[in-house]
Design a protein around this ligand. Sequence first.
Ligand SMILES: NC(=O)c1ccc[n+]([C@@H]2O[C@H](COP(=O)([O-])OP(=O)(O)OC[C@H]3O[C@@H](n4cnc5c(N)ncnc54)[C@H](O)[C@@H]3O)[C@@H](O)[C@H]2O)c1
Length: 432
Amino acid sequence: MEHESIAKSNSPIIAIIGLGYVGLPLSIALSEHYSVIGFDINSTRIESLHRHIDLNREIPTSILQSSKIQFTNNKEDLKKANIYIIAVPTDIDADDSPDLSYLIKASEMVGGLISHGDIVIYESTVYPGCTEEVCLPILEELSGLKSPIEFSISYSPERIVPGELMESLKSSIKIIGSQNDATSLSVKSIYDSFLYHEAQIVSSIMVAEAAKVVENTQRDINISLINELSVIFDKIGISTHEVIEAASTKWNFHPYSPGLVGGHCISVDPFYLIHKAKKVGHLPQVIAAGRRVNEYIPKHIATKVTQELIKQGKNPGNTKVLVMGLAFKENVSDIRNSKVIDLMNYLNDYSICIDTLDPHVASYQNSRNHYAQISDIRAEYDAIILCVAHDEFKDLSEQWFEKVSIGATTLFDVKGIYRKQLTDESIKYWTL
Ligand SMILES: NC(=O)c1ccc[n+]([C@@H]2O[C@H](COP(=O)([O-])OP(=O)(O)OC[C@H]3O[C@@H](n4cnc5c(N)ncnc54)[C@H](O)[C@@H]3O)[C@@H](O)[C@H]2O)c1
């Protein structure tokens, strides 16, 4: 069967492998136009999806109720598919090297399922070359088929934004790189079914892979520069935010804000590029430095908190601190690779007693008390660290901060939300 004819035929059956932050919304968008099977190895995830519940708290139950996706963890159900989209995690290991184990396992499974004319699309973020060097040989070996003649592959990175998954999925510009033009056109026609803007075809899989890691690496480095400046300006005694505002009056200055860089994209993808660069004989300087600076920021904040407590004549081991926001970014519940956790680990080194508050995180075991409601905060704290700019944290009154303060309390406002709002001198203020 010609590849082009698959997507153009009336009823391609699409299997999505991995139903996380990327795979689930993608399944929903595609299911509005195609027959979709959603597969995940996590049986809890599948059971909850059968009950129309997204445990990531991103997709509303009403949307899941009306979708016609066949959710399954039985790989036999995937045999009827002719388009496979792989969206499994690509993390890093303890040495900051790519952990390709999920990708390899998913490729092994799909390799055992595909037949003549099928297309396998990879969405997982990888370094340039990974899809063709690591995944493709697995597909060929396990299927006994030769690409791109008997089946073909494509790579299409995802630009979805947690907190606004469905809208960002549809409104972002998708990039497609394939083994040949026919495959790219078939894949484009599938994605174009739900995209607001036409997908863009690039000349190769490697270009598409590189584009994804580069866009996140650029962001990582831009933020790291501002984070480094904020460490310098803290020592000088001037406000980074004010400096950025002043510099922004120049037409070609790009404003970025200092902050914690966590999550599973920006703080991970540069390591994929570093890995590839080393493999081809170049030791990256700027990319690695950006990562080091951003990784240092949790320790920098913890040191500032501890120094301030000591300055106030307090023994850190006898103090109580409220950490506001656990998620890796605003308005999401995802705490994986959140740098707030790193910050708290540094505070733990000083035996500081930590309570946590995050309206998006229902439960958290590793603090003294975790609160999901602002109104549940009753205690008084020696320091407040506002780490995440959740909407719920943006309009708190000066009286609220006073109420939860012991007196001479400092608000460590990592994101600078209240830098123009607090006037009361009873609350000391620090921001990055
Ligand atoms: N989350 C984002 O905002 C985002 C944005 C762009 C790109 N990405 C990339 O997309 C990929 C997926 O990310 P995510 O955030 O959706 O991950 P996730 O952890 O939310 O979901 C991945 C899902 O894959 C499942 N899984 C793991 N191995 C599997 C296998 N062999 N077969 C079937 N299912 C399997 C897991 O159980 C999980 O439910 C990663 O490469 C990530 O870097 C993520």
